[in-house]
Write a protein that binds this ligand. Structure first.
Ligand SMILES: Cc1cc2nc3c(=O)[nH]c(=O)nc-3n(C[C@H](O)[C@H](O)[C@H](O)COP(=O)(O)OP(=O)(O)OC[C@H]3O[C@@H](n4cnc5c(N)ncnc54)[C@H](O)[C@@H]3O)c2cc1C
Length: 496
């Protein structure tokens, strides 16, 4: 039997001519076009969706980034920027006839200034590498995605990434002072400044979280903060998720901002405990991890206050870390929860929505009901203090219809987040994963405003097209817009 090879979305001539143009400006080793070389780039952390690109370029400097962008602009090649490819919404998933621009070679820490507590880094520097380098000055970079061992600062900027410590120290947007950006039109612009404010419109905030659609980050200046002298974490058990969810709101309502406030349900603690042996209470319906940091006195005082609030909120057991090793152990389970899902399920689909904290219990009950409706299990492990949910829907892609049911399950969770006054993204971005849910969250006029911003940076619409902002056609297909007499409103809006 002969198996037909799928027809590529580009001709060999087209690929050769783009590769030749790139070879004129980049070393040959920085351009990949053979399928065995481009295949590793076919997906990001949202592995259910895959597409090998026509070509991959690995520029090593800002000048090389500009040269790649010029070739793409001249030859009308769509571009997908890529850091470490740990994104969970398909933002770095390639386009069939497009180019992946990887920042893997731009991985140098340019400058570390302990006096001004800043670091200037290239976009491909790993998040954790910044803190490791700053440790000699007793400083660190606060936003700490669980993927921090691998993900890059360029990817963090593009997704406005968060992490355990963001409740107290802020998200990427609060910890980045300045970015240098290469635009599709060949300019290098600096957004923000080394100071706390910059003159003019705050385009830095527009750019952070723009998912690779406005320009390529070529350099980032981040704030560093002093490493706290001491930190301890409470592990509180709850007999039901509703009491646990309400306890989160009560901690914040008591005027405490913990350094981290995370929740794991029983499915999550049971999937991770055999792997990390963190000492989790696997009988509890939910556990909360609440961290205090600061001086010894501040920590002791805050631990006592949090313990009192958690006990009054109905905690069935409380443990407090007794050493730094034990504190790290408690967190290691939380940080490894996503990969640990692989222990109990062939595939998992990680959702990401944010809700007002007071609605945590209501939404967790809603998710439990959806488990029965879709016939799929769901593990909940998330940034509870921020109201940022990460339901991990467990499924087996080899079973007919399970991926489809997982997608429908995920979409219904996001719709519930919107219904209770929340949003369809917390920190993982929209990418391709949540693009249809954008039709639920935003009105046509709002989507049009987003496109206007994109066109201002990228008139040719070549940077990460078809991601994050749905066209009105797409929303109409998704069933959220009414087509009158076969005509869509806003006909002037570009459809690509
Ligand atoms: C196990 C696991 C745990 C995770 N935990 C967290 C978490 O706690 N918090 C959190 O926020 N996220 C988390 N994530 C998601 C992911 O790690 C973050 O979104 C991260 O910021 C992606 O960085 P990256 O370098 O891998 O970017 P990529 O996945 O390569 O790209 C992400 C997006 O950024 C764009 N991009 C990348 N580099 C540039 C650049 N130089 N210029 C312009 N655009 C660019 C891409 O086009 C894409 O749209 C987790 C992922 C995994 C797999």
């Amino acid at each position: 039997m002969t198996i037909a090879t799928p027809k590529p979305a580009f001709t060999a001539e087209r690929q050769h001519s783009v590769a030749a143009a790139l070879r004129a400006v980049l070393p040959a080793a920085s351009i990949l076009s053979a399928l065995e070389d481009t295949k590793p780039y076919e997906c990001d952390g949202l592995a259910a969706y895959r597409q090998a690109p026509m070509i991959v370029a690995l520029p090593a400097s800002e000048q090389e980034v500009l040269a790649v962008l010029k070739v793409c602009r001249d030859m009308n090649v769509p571009i997908v920027p890529r850091g470490a490819g740990t994104g969970l919404s398909g933002g770095a998933m390639p386009i069939a006839d497009g180019l992946v621009l990887s920042t893997a070679r731009m991985n140098q820490i340019v400058r570390m200034d302990a006096y001004s507590r800043t670091a200037v880094v290239q976009p491909g520097v790993r998040n954790l590498a910044i803190s490791e380098a700053a440790a000699q000055h007793a400083l660190y970079y606060a936003p700490d995605p669980s993927s921090q061992i691998a993900c890059t600062i360029g990817g963090n900027v593009a997704e406005n990434s968060g992490g355990v410590h963001c409740l107290k120290y802020g998200l990427t947007v609060h910890n980045v002072l300045r970015v240098r950006v290469a635009t599709l039109e060949g300019d290098v612009v600096e957004l923000g400044s080394e100071a706390l404010d910059a003159p003019g419109l705050d385009l830095l905030s527009v750019f952070i979280g723009s998912e690779g659609m406005l320009g390529i980050v070529t350099e980032v200046t981040v704030k560093l903060v002093p490493k706290p002298a001491c930190a301890r974490v409470i592990m509180a058990s709850f007999d039901d998720v509703v009491t646990g969810g309400n306890a989160v709101a009560k901690v914040i309502a008591a005027g405490i901002i913990p350094a981290g406030l995370e929740m794991m349900d029983r499915t999550s603690s049971r999937m991770v405990e055999p792997f990390v042996k963190a000492g989790y209470d696997t009988d509890a319906a939910a556990i909360l991890l609440c961290e205090a940091d600061g001086t010894q006195e501040e920590v002791e005082e805050e631990i006592a206050r949090m313990t009192a609030v958690l006990e009054a909120a109905g905690a069935s057991a409380i443990q407090v870390s007794r050493s730094e090793a034990e504190r790290l152990k408690f967190w290691s389970g939380r940080k490894n929860a996503f990969p640990a899902a692989g222990r109990i399920s062939p595939d998992y689909y990680c959702m990401d929505g944010t809700i007002p904290r007071k609605n945590l219990a209501q939404v967790l009950i809603g998710i439990e009901q959806m488990e029965a409706k879709y016939g799929l299990r769901c593990a909940n492990v998330f940034h509870a203090g921020d109201g940022n949910l990460h339901p991990l829907i467990l499924f087996d892609a080899n079973q007919p219809d399970e991926l489809h049911r997982a997608e429908a399950f995920g979409a219904e969770i996001l719709a519930l987040c919107v219904e209770v006054g929340g949003t369809i993204t917390g920190e993982h971005g929209v990418g391709i994963e949540k693009i249809d849910s954008m039709c639920v969250q935003f009105k046509p006029a709002e989507l049009e405003a987003f496109f206007s911003v994109k066109r201002a940076f990228d008139p040719a619409m070549l940077l990460n097209p078809n991601k994050a902002i749905p066209t009105l056609n797409r929303c109409a297909e998704f069933g959220k817009m009414r087509v009158t007499a076969g005509v869509l409103p806003h006909a002037g809006l570009p459809r690509f």
